[in-house]
Design a protein around this ligand. Structure first.
Ligand SMILES: NC(=O)c1ccc[n+]([C@@H]2O[C@H](COP(=O)([O-])OP(=O)(O)OC[C@H]3O[C@@H](n4cnc5c(N)ncnc54)[C@H](O)[C@@H]3O)[C@@H](O)[C@H]2O)c1
Length: 459
């Protein structure tokens, strides 16, 4: 198979944009084009203000755009010119019909397949970059080759494992790249051609090749395992609060076991992000549709535990604050689903804000990069939620502060100054266990962290 010189990616989102920018940077001899139906998003990629905040992304785009990286809305010409098409469109949870609330909504993916079929001018390698249910490649091939298309389409799976907030480092130095294909001569040739792209900077022994089904399922499995660790440690956090054990100490103790390892064992208000919940629910749906009820229930419990952690965090706030927050000013520090991103999809902060607003708290939301999204998402609460980019202004006069995103700047605040500006008693709820609780208690806060005994001055 000839070298894949003209690379096209359909979908200029959190995955398509950064992934293709990195390929452009590492493969100066190849031309990379990213297209999207969302003209505003494409315009943002071409501007100084990228569509979202991701550390290091601006520099990679600046160094490649106009040289071998191009953004466009002209899908027709881009497909006609491409040697390989990566599909990185969104695959959210279905909200209607069969499988609603669990299955992946494949309408964007199928529309993309049809666009590729409409505009192809020769045989093409099509690569699933989006996270898709196992066996989607068969459906993709059927759509592409339906209606007597004169061209052959080889469908591969190359799921993306980047994490938002560390996307650039993850892309530059990935733990592994996974490329799955049909194990036919044509499939294997296409697989080698895609591997060659990554081999321009990723060591060969970190590029794994598998059959296409293993590749598709591995992405769902990786996210399910990561989320399961968080739900497991969060399940323990509740027991810690009841028994006097400290979840940080327990996590350290178990993480030292080389079979367990220390990462993803931090208790908190719950996981968020666009992927974990939707991918686990997709796995649950796949298990159910194969008649695997026990496996489906097992994975579903990971999502249920996460929802429980979010609601019990708010219940703990209410309990501590004499069972009422009505009319009290509560400052929420952090709205992004994690630090170093402006992404707020499935953020636990929204659940916390919604529940507190229902309790008629006066909320002030503070985040260094996510306030634009927060304003849109919390608009239904009207005047009961305000937005403030300066944390000191956000906490002034507040009865309580809840840390919901572990932005470094929050840990670095002058907490004495925060305390002095608040109404007393001053409550501090650390939903990310990212603050120095003893120091805060010594300042005078009543401190409530996840999985730790409360530190109260009342008794
Ligand atoms: N965000 C992550 O951290 C992450 C990580 C790994 C994998 N993934 C997976 O990657 C996929 C994309 O995720 P994302 O976060 O980048 O989504 P996103 O919503 O940010 O981006 C998807 C883009 O696809 C575009 N699109 C949809 N239909 C189109 C069409 N027919 N033609 C052209 N463009 C179209 C949308 O306009 C949007 O800009 C999902 O399957 C997701 O599960 C995401």
């Amino acid at each position: 198979m000839k070298k894949l010189q003209n690379i096209l990616c359909i979908g200029a989102g959190y995955v398509g944009g950064p992934t293709m920018a990195m390929i452009a940077k590492k493969c100066p001899g190849r031309k990379v084009t990213v297209v999207d139906i969302n003209a505003a998003r494409i315009a943002a990629w071409k501007s100084d203000s990228l569509p979202f905040y991701e550390p290091g992304l601006r520099e990679v785009v600046r160094d490649t755009i106009g040289k071998n990286l191009f953004f466009s809305t002209d899908i027709k010409s881009a497909v006609a010119e491409a040697d390989v098409v990566f599909v990185a469109v969104n695959t959210p949870t279905k909200t209607f019909g069969q499988g609603a609330g669990r299955a992946a909504d494949l309408q964007y993916w199928e529309k993309t397949a049809r666009e590729i079929q409409d505009w192809a001018t020769h045989d093409l390698v099509v690569v699933e970059k989006s996270t898709l249910p196992v066996r989607t490649a068969t459906a993709m091939k059927r759509v592409l080759e339906s209606g007597g298309s004169p061209y052959r389409f080889e469908v591969l799976s190359n799921p993306e494992f980047l994490a938002e907030g560390t996307a650039i480092a993850d892309l530059e130095n990935p733990d592994r790249v996974l490329v799955g294909s049909a194990e036919t001569p044509e499939g294997l040739a296409a697989r080698e051609a895609v591997v060659d792209i990554y081999a321009e900077w990723v060591p060969r022994d970190r590029i794994l090749t598998t059959n296409v089904w293993s590749s598709e399922l591995s992405k769902l499995a990786a996210n399910a395992f990561l989320a399961q660790r968080i739900s497991s440690v969060n399940a323990l956090s509740e027991l810690c609060e009841k028994t006097g054990a400290d979840v940080t100490e327990v996590a350290r103790a178990i993480g030292c076991d080389s079979r367990i390892g220390p990462k993803f064992l931090k208790a908190g208000v719950g996981f968020g992000g666009s992927c974990f919940k939707k991918d686990i629910l997709n796995l649950v749906y796949l298990c159910e549709s194969q008649g695997l009820g026990e496996a489906a229930a097992y994975w579903n419990s990971v999502v249920e535990m996460n929802a429980h952690q979010e609601t019990r965090f708010v219940a703990g706030m209410l309990r501590a604050m004499f069972n009422t927050v009505a009319g009290k000013r509560v400052a929420l520090l952090g709205y992004a689903f994690k630090a170093d991103t402006s992404d707020t999809r499935e953020t636990p902060a929204k659940v916390v804000a919604d529940l507190l607003a229902e309790e008629r708290a006066d909320l002030v939301v503070c985040d260094p990069h996510a306030l634009d999204n927060a304003r849109v998402e919390l608009a239904p609460h009207g005047d009961s939620v305000t937005f403030e980019s300066d944390p000191y202004r956000a906490v002034a006069g507040a009865d309580a502060v809840a840390v919901l995103t572990d932005w470094r700047q929050f840990a670095a605040l002058d907490w004495r100054r925060v305390f002095d500006s608040m109404r007393k008693p001053a409550f501090l709820f650390d939903g990310r266990n990212c603050l120095d609780h003893k120091a805060l208690f010594d300042i005078g806060f009543h401190v409530f962290a996840v999985g730790k005994a409360p530190m109260s001055h009342f008794d």
